[in-house]
Design a binder for this molecule. Structure first.
Ligand code: FES
Length: 126
């Protein structure tokens, strides 16, 4: 049985989700990331040059490098450890590399507040 909430979030999305406000858009550097601790683990919240926001589990699918410390380009991030390129949209490694990290739904409110959609039970138990 898989007890990792992030993996369950990726696989089925059958659990009810709850929004967890994490920061303001202005708190995330353009073409950078902010590391957020949540009840389901460490999440990297990315902001692109076009002000799109994405969230991934903060572990590279190669050897768990901290994606929040990577370089954001387009809708991708390059891992700081061995330069794998990871899609911010799907969490999948690009090019010849194979692997995938968990993605987390993100909402940016009209007033610029960034929230993550996490399993409701995880939020309640925080
Ligand atoms: S840990 Fe990310 S490329 Fe190796």
């Amino acid at each position: 049985m898989n007890t990792n909430p992030l993996r369950r979030l990726d696989k089925a999305m059958t659990e009810p989700l709850a929004l967890m406000r994490v920061c303001a858009l202005a708190d995330i550097p353009v073409q950078g990331a902010r590391r957020v601790l949540t009840p389901v683990g460490e999440i990297a919240v990315f902001r692109t040059l076009a002000d799109q926001v994405f969230a991934l589990k903060n572990q590279c699918p190669h050897k768990k490098g901290p994606l929040s410390e990577g370089i954001v380009h387009g809708n991708k991030v390059t891992c700081p450890l061995h330069n794998w390129v990871i899609s911010l949209e799907t969490g999948e490694a690009q090019g010849a590399d194979h692997g995938c990290t968990g993605t987390i739904p993100v909402q940016v409110s009209p007033d610029g507040q960034v929230s993550l959609a996490l399993p409701a039970k995880a939020k309640v138990s925080a």
